[in-house]
Design a protein around this ligand. Structure first.
Ligand code: NAG
Ligand code: NAG
Ligand code: NAG
Length: 421
């Protein structure tokens, strides 16, 4: 595995005062830029007082599931699974196995303002998915979510991994491009595609970890198969921070600020712009898929890392043992920008689909705010034995999420988007 120079994640924890002010500005944007319609809603079951000033929909019977707080789990409530009951937990997220000092992070549940988020119901999920398929497309956080879903389902059924020659394709970074898990009991397939840029990308110089990213071409490794899936969950952010030269129509047109391209006068394209273009193209590929895509496409938004007292490569760590309370800190400026780019991309793809008369269901799974409050739920040093590394390039992991843990909430949202509605 090559070591890449770019940061896998920018930490908001060391934000300078200026960045903090910027963050506050973006925070208000973050709140006002919501398109409530885009968010999963459930009937308000705890309708006492929706104190949220942000219930901008004015729709009394619904509730924005993405705005809320982490509250202590009811006494005696057990986590959905443990490292002993779920066989799918990757070592890198197996915080129980590697002795994370406090396991209190499993004792919180997400409570949206003004309603309850129902617990994940594996039996109902599998029943609803009978005869169907879902694809997760993205980077190691997409894999993190995928494994969380398999763990949630493991209380009811175990899948068999389907291994075919074509599916064992390995990309330039050593990752398996596609994995398929089949639930024979429910004729349901869950697939995972490694595609950290979502669009076509090629490691152009392994020595310096430089990428050629084709912002106008979906990554065919997943896009060529997308019509055969009922649902798709797209995500990705961190790889866009790696040194990249951006291509359009096959030609280099720009670079990001981490790419030093000697003897070239390529203009700089800000990372959020590239991110937005890539998501727009990926969503467009789903809308326009040959053979027609008839299901739901879900875009999961960026989740913050929580390195403190340093960055991922300068001794930063995440040692907190409690969630933040809402208002304890502002969302980092980077995360707010990346999230904004993803929301914009979804809107643009949707407008384009509508203009073409294609009424596809594009949904936003907005977990940015909720996960920003969970500095306590990363593996830190406890995702591997001492001396090991995460994804080949860092040691302390404040980016991925322990299993079980708050990442399981993403599938509670998924349940609302794919099953409840
Ligand atoms: C599960 O976690 C416990 C500690 O909670 C640990 O002792 C055990 O080795 C772990 N087992 C597996 C299979 O991860
Ligand atoms: C990827 O980049 C390498 C190095 O520049 C080059 O040799 C290779 O042909 C490229 N592959 C593709 C598919 O563009
Ligand atoms: C990769 O980058 C290094 C450092 O700039 C350079 O020395 C090397 O020639 C490059 N390799 C290729 C294949 O371009």
């Amino acid at each position: 595995m090559k070591s890449h120079k770019s940061s896998p994640k920018r930490s908001a924890a060391i934000a300078a005062p200026v960045a903090f002010l910027l963050a506050l500005g973006l925070l208000s944007l973050y709140h006002s830029a919501f398109s409530p319609r885009r968010y999963p809603r459930v009937v308000d079951v705890a309708s006492s007082s929706s104190s949220s000033s942000s219930s901008s929909s004015g729709d009394a019977g619904t509730c924005d599931l993405t705005r809320g707080e982490w509250v202590p789990e009811a006494a005696g409530a057990a986590p959905y699974y443990t490292n002993l009951t779920c066989p799918f937990i990757d070592d890198l997220q197996n915080c129980m196995k590697f002795g994370k000092p406090s396991l209190d992070f499993v004792r919180w549940r997400w409570r949206p303002d003004g309603c309850e988020l129902p617990r994940f119901n594996a039996a109902r999920f599998l029943d609803a998915m009978r005869g169907k398929s879902i694809a997760f497309v993205g980077d190691s956080l997409a894999r993190n979510h995928f494994k969380s879903l398999l763990c949630l389902l493991s209380s009811v059924a175990q899948p068999a991994e389907v291994v075919g020659a074509a599916e064992r394709e390995v990309d330039a970074t050593g990752r398996v491009v596609r994995r398929d898990f089949y639930y024979g009991s429910h004729d349901f397939t869950a697939s995972l595609f490694w595609s950290p840029f979502l669009v076509r990308a090629n490691l152009s110089n392994a020595t310096i970890g430089m990428w050629d990213v084709h912002l106008d071409e979906p990554d065919a490794r997943w896009a060529a198969h997308v019509a055969s899936f009922d649902h798709v969950v797209l995500s990705g952010t961190n790889w866009f921070l790696r040194p990249s030269v951006y291509h359009e129509r096959g030609r280099a047109v720009a670079r990001n600020n981490n790419a030093i391209v000697r003897g070239s006068n390529l203009r700089e394209l800000a990372v959020p712009r590239a991110l937005r273009a890539a998501f727009r193209v990926a969503l467009g590929a789903i809308v326009d898929a040959d053979g027609g895509f008839g299901g739901k496409a879900v875009l999961r938004t960026v989740t913050p890392a929580h390195f403190e007292n340093g960055e991922w490569n300068t001794g930063g760590d995440c040692v907190r043992t409690r969630p933040y309370r809402r208002g304890d800190r502002a969302l980092g400026a980077f995360e707010a920008e990346y999230r904004g780019a993803q929301v914009e991309a979804l809107r643009e793809a949707e407008a384009k689909a509508r203009a073409k008369g294609k009424g596809k269901e594009l949904l936003l799974m907005d977990v940015t705010g909720a996960m920003d409050l969970r500095p306590d739920a990363h593996p830190s040093r406890y995702g591997h034995l001492p001396g090991g590394t995460v994804e080949g390039n860092f040691i302390v992991d404040c980016l991925h999420w322990c299993l079980p843990g708050p990442i399981d909430m993403w599938s509670e949202l998924l349940f609302q988007m794919l099953v409840h509605q």
